[in-house]
Design a protein around this ligand. Structure first.
Ligand SMILES: Cc1cc2nc3c(=O)[nH]c(=O)nc-3n(C[C@H](O)[C@H](O)[C@H](O)COP(=O)(O)OP(=O)(O)OC[C@H]3O[C@@H](n4cnc5c(N)ncnc54)[C@H](O)[C@@H]3O)c2cc1C
Ligand code: FES
Length: 257
């Protein structure tokens, strides 16, 4: 159930260039599943008015804490980056349908493919898949090495390959360059990142079962404003879906890419 809560800042740190890790504590954490997101009000004033959607990157239900990782680029996220330990942050969530962990059987292998600020939700997903007895392979794409994060966390969960546009970390190129070179063997793929990456992934593995998470622009975040609608393919009955309430995760082949 989606609820609103003033959550307490446990820690905030810059973990890569302009990339922040923010840990919050509160009751909402008990309902969180991987691939869901929260809608964050970045300041108490009317400016900026709209909430910002951010993925759930790590969940610790025992401590009632969750972590998000975000790029402080625009107005709202820069305000969010000024929050310090002990301050309260207004959070709406958890929102949306996350990644189906049960889509892959214990003993099978999942390929997790992330690009830039699409990488954070794959961390909690990988944790849950590993707990479910699934082997995970991670292929993570970034612009450059200085904006990459969570190296150790991903390495502790499974084999991890990197692609950067300038070759400063891992293979020079895109995640598809890694597929060409490494030829990963897997049963199901899960992905979150920019649209061209999701499109390439669908085309690359047409015969594999896969799930894609979309980071569309949003308004209300709760299905009421139509800001996040995406056209669907001919394979589905509906003409469009709302990323906030129907997604953000969809099986491959649902959203027209
Ligand atoms: C489901 C979902 C999960 C996301 N998870 C993450 C995450 O884990 N880490 C992260 O860094 N970013 C994530 N994003 C993208 C993030 O929401 C935007 O980068 C952020 O809202 C931009 O806000 P700003 O204040 O920096 O920019 P501004 O330019 O000030 O934002 C202006 C308006 O545009 C919207 N907007 C701008 N860019 C985007 C975008 N790419 N996607 C959605 N709305 C946008 C903002 O919500 C705001 O209403 C996610 C987006 C969605 C939809
Ligand atoms: S953001 Fe308002 S309907 Fe999705």
């Amino acid at each position: 159930m989606i609820r609103q809560e003033k959550m307490t800042v446990v820690a905030q740190a810059e973990i890569a260039t302009n990339i922040f890790e923010l840990t919050l504590q509160g009751e909402l954490v008990q309902d969180m599943t991987p691939g869901q997101f929260v809608h964050v009000k970045v300041s108490d004033s009317f400016e900026p008015l709209l909430r910002r959607p951010i993925s759930i990157a790590d969940v610790d239900k025992e401590k009632n804490e969750f972590t998000m990782i975000y790029r402080a680029e625009g107005r709202g996220s820069q305000v969010l980056a000024t929050n310090r330990e002990g301050q309260l942050v207004d959070v709406l969530g958890p929102i949306g349908n996350g990644f189906p962990v049960e889509a892959v059987e214990p003993g099978q292998t999942a390929l997790l493919v992330g690009g830039g600020i699409g990488v954070p939700p794959l961390h909690e997903l990988s944790k849950q898949l590993n707990a479910h007895g699934v082997k995970t392979i991670h292929v993570l794409g970034f612009q450059t090495a200085d904006v990459a994060f969570y190296d150790e966390q991903f390495a502790s969960l499974g084999e991890t390959f990197y692609a950067t546009v300038d070759g400063s970390k891992g293979i020079k190129g895109f995640v598809t360059t890694v597929f060409d070179e490494v030829k990963p063997e897997f049963d199901v793929f899960y992905s979150c990142g920019p649209l061209p990456m999701l499109r390439a992934l669908e085309q690359y593995y047409p015969d594999k079962e896969g799930y894609l998470s979309f980071e569309e622009r949003m308004g209300c975040g709760i299905g009421a404003c139509f800001a996040c609608v995406c056209k669907t393919t001919d394979a589905v009955e509906k003409d469009y879906v709302k990323v906030c309430s129907d997604g953000p995760v969809f099986p491959k082949g649902v959203v027209a890419l």
